[in-house]
Design a protein around this ligand. Structure first.
Ligand SMILES: NC(=O)c1ccc[n+]([C@@H]2O[C@H](COP(=O)([O-])OP(=O)(O)OC[C@H]3O[C@@H](n4cnc5c(N)ncnc54)[C@H](OP(=O)(O)O)[C@@H]3O)[C@@H](O)[C@H]2O)c1
Length: 347
């Protein structure tokens, strides 16, 4: 079978990771990545052998790459002409403009969580609605927070049939490479309540009733979610059985804060570096075993989200869903994750 040809529009925090994850697979190939102009990030594309294109079709901008010694293969239209699907990794809220280009080029498209659900009318997470996205023209992989919530809540919902959830997102202020955002010495509540994060889960799993609050705190490395979920009467679950269920769930890691001495996000990130993940990434959602407690019908737990990387394998599964090449999300997730693990152990 021919490999799926994937263009990546935007080669920043998410784009460079998605490109690597696709490069790790045997059923898809990166046909090009875009930058707005020459910058240090172009070196990575060259090193990886990803053909470089410009985000614009403006000839002057295209030429600016060669002035700095980079070979630019053309503008976004040229990239789209050799792609079957484009993964849009542009900064949030640029979607509407880019969508027109994708539609007129006749390529399939995947946006990221910085765009609203309304842009595509369809959203995606591997565990919640892979099948509903099969063969669709385009979709949106939900944000890192929504992906994190879906990873643990969808299997819980599948076990007990109904869920009412309240959660607080304790959000990192900025990505580590981002020098323009804050706060650096304050805690900033998101005053639009409820925040969009929880309700966004309902774009992929409408059956889960969920609301959220959010606060940004001065850290760059992870988000933490503090979650309260009300289970239905007669759910038949226990604290232990819920923990065992998450241990069996793809892309969820359960560890014990006390026994494993891993009680902060700093230690979780150190563990990710120890296991050799590139950029110190952790694709999995991290659940503290000793922070899980079921009291009657009410479940309390904490989880940590590596904001720059949990959505990366979802983009790979999403490509297979849009192209209709794998209907079973678990099979896709296993293939994606095993290929990525192999890739990093050898590259
Ligand atoms: N960062 C996270 O933690 C995170 C997590 C989950 C989802 N997301 C979402 O993922 C998307 C990308 O975020 P990011 O953090 O990767 O942003 P980023 O680091 O700022 O990277 C954005 C990339 O898009 C390029 N770009 C600029 N204008 C463009 C345009 N008009 N069309 C196409 N590309 C353009 C930039 O080019 P230059 O490099 O030349 O400037 C850059 O390579 C957003 O929707 C965001 O909300 C981000």
């Amino acid at each position: 079978m021919d490999k799926i040809k994937v263009g990546i529009n935007g080669f920043g925090t998410i784009g460079k990771r998605v490109a690597d994850a696709i490069d790790a697979q045997d059923d898809m190939v990166v046909v090009g990545v875009t930058k707005t102009g020459p910058s240090f990030g172009c070196k990575l594309a060259v090193k990886k052998g990803f053909p470089l294109y410009c985000t614009s079709d403006d000839q002057e901008k295209i030429n600016s790459f060669s002035n700095e010694g980079y070979k630019c293969n053309g503008g976004i239209s040229d990239l789209l002409s050799v792609s079957q699907v484009v993964v849009d990794c542009a900064p949030g809220k640029m979607g509407a403009e880019n969508l027109e280009k994708y539609q007129s080029a006749g390529v399939k498209y995947i946006f990221q969580g910085g765009e609203k659900h309304d842009l595509t009318g369809l959203s995606y997470t591997s565990s919640a609605n892979h099948i509903q996205n099969l063969n669709a023209r385009g979709t949106r992989v939900v944000s890192c927070n929504t992906t994190g919530l879906s990873r643990t809540l969808v299997p819980l919902f599948d076990q007990c049939g109904s869920l009412k959830v309240e959660c607080t997102m304790i959000r990192r202020a900025a990505d580590p490479g981002d020098s323009s955002k804050g706060p650096i010495n304050a805690i900033k509540p998101v005053l639009k309540v409820p925040s969009h994060h929880g309700p966004d889960v309902m774009t992929v799993k409408p059956e889960i009733e969920i609301n959220s609050l959010a606060v940004a705190v001065p850290t760059t490395i992870m988000h933490v979610h503090s979650i309260i979920a009300d289970l239905p009467e007669g759910h038949g679950l226990s604290t232990d059985s819920i923990i065992r269920m998450w241990e069996q769930t793809p892309r969820v890691i359960v560890m014990n804060g006390s026994k494993d001495r891993i009680s902060t996000t700093a230690e979780v990130m150190e563990m990710a570096r120890d296991i050799g993940r590139k950029w110190g990434d952790l694709h999995e959602i991290f659940v503290w075993e000793d922070g899980v407690k079921l009291v009657g019908n009410r479940l309390y737990y904490f989880q940590a989200i590596h904001q720059e990387s949990d959505v990366i394998p979802e983009n790979v599964d999403c490509i297979r869903s849009l192209m209709g090449t794998e209907e079973d999300w678990v099979k896709s997730a296993n293939k994606t994750d095993e290929s990525i693990a192999r890739y990093y152990s050898t590259s």
